[in-house]
Design a protein around this ligand. Sequence first.
Ligand SMILES: Cc1cc2nc3c(=O)[nH]c(=O)nc-3n(C[C@H](O)[C@H](O)[C@H](O)COP(=O)(O)OP(=O)(O)OC[C@H]3O[C@@H](n4cnc5c(N)ncnc54)[C@H](O)[C@@H]3O)c2cc1C
Length: 419
Amino acid sequence: MSRNHWRNAAVEQVAFPPLTDNITVDLVVIGGGFTGLNAARVAAREGLRVCLIEANTIGHGGSGRNVGLVNAGLWLPPDQIKQTLGYTRGERLINDLGTGPDRVFDLIKTYEIQCDAKRSGTLHLAHSSHSISDLRAREKQWQSRGAPVTLLDSQTTAHHVGSDMYHAALFDARAGVIQPLDYARGLARAAAEEGVQIYEKTAAIRIKRDDIWHVTTNNGQVRSSKLLIATNAYNKFTSATQLYDTSIVSYFQCVSQKLAQRNFDAILPDHHGCWDTALIMSSFRKTRDNRLVFGAMGETDGAIGRHIHDGWAQRAIQRIFPNIKIELSQSWSGRIAMTKNKIPEIMRLGIDGYAIFGYSGRGIAPGTVLGEQFGKYTVTEDESDLCLKLTDNYRETFTYLKSSYYESGARVFHIINDR
Ligand SMILES: Cc1cc2nc3c(=O)[nH]c(=O)nc-3n(C[C@H](O)[C@H](O)[C@H](O)COP(=O)(O)OP(=O)(O)OC[C@H]3O[C@@H](n4cnc5c(N)ncnc54)[C@H](O)[C@@H]3O)c2cc1C
């Protein structure tokens, strides 16, 4: 049994062999998450010979560990994106990612992906009265673009959550929830159906370029005209220097024991997914097998982190739903790659080589969209197919210190906010 509930409860099953040969393709994709899988799928559909290599199994990274909130846009509100990227670039990104959930739910339908998809919207919960103004500003910005985003009062929020703990909520009707590992595996099945050669347990060990790209793996080699590195926060290359470096935020989730039907129905009756406005945020949602999944910032792979964060989570969930006995059991963690401005990057790595990374905690719809756009771009070579400007370099300093600071902050918060 894995500590990751998504793995234990997955319905989509896929298995691909390791690469044990030398092969030649038009595009090699490194990393079997949403970004790599969708880029590979689209490029193969457009007629390229494509292979995707994954060091572990499909969905090993963030794609198989996340909360499953299919949200529109990025974490940053639209106006902040425009301030950072400028009007034209900002507008393009906001528009393309604003319709990101459409792309995810369309793919789920087209390829009949069994990922427990529920498109009933998400709730961004105000944990304090002060945070309502931030939600109101987001509502105004999205509504001015015609998006179905509404601020709910405390009573309506209590009705939708099954708890009167929150002061308000921003409801986004474009969004929904999925079982993320099932979605990643379904995308892999779709990519294979479109002709992508997928290899699991195949790590890229060395990458170099002469007239073409050479990717050396543990037991084989890929020669390819084009390269996409889609390893996001899991970018481990044994012999290469770091291709890019971002700070990392860890996020953990605990799954509950199965809830009695009447308790299950009392919590989030419309199956919304939610997260709150706290600086050290938390999230919760339901699963198809009558459980609640509760998550927050922090890393629970080590014994100390597990003790602090799991203990806090158990007490926090009981404060939200005081009348329901909820026993949280095993937890798992994942790594989130944060960029300096919290906007993802498409970085050029020399001729015909690229890396896409830095979703800063929102990568289901953005990873799907950027993957799709990149898959198309490999064929057209038209940069206007991409909603982000290509960058030639991404450098961030003190990433280790920043990552340690985030984890220490989460630990301190969970120790002192436990009343
Ligand atoms: C706990 C958690 C909760 C989150 N919640 C949400 C959410 O609710 N909604 C949302 O939109 N986003 C969420 N995110 C963000 C989202 O999950 C990620 O942005 C997204 O999954 C990134 O997808 P990806 O394909 O770019 O990378 P990943 O899914 O991380 O895939 C990278 C893959 O590369 C592989 N790899 C690494 N090195 C090599 C190598 N050398 N050779 C071969 N393969 C290699 C890894 O094994 C991994 O499978 C969350 C993230 C985490 C961690």
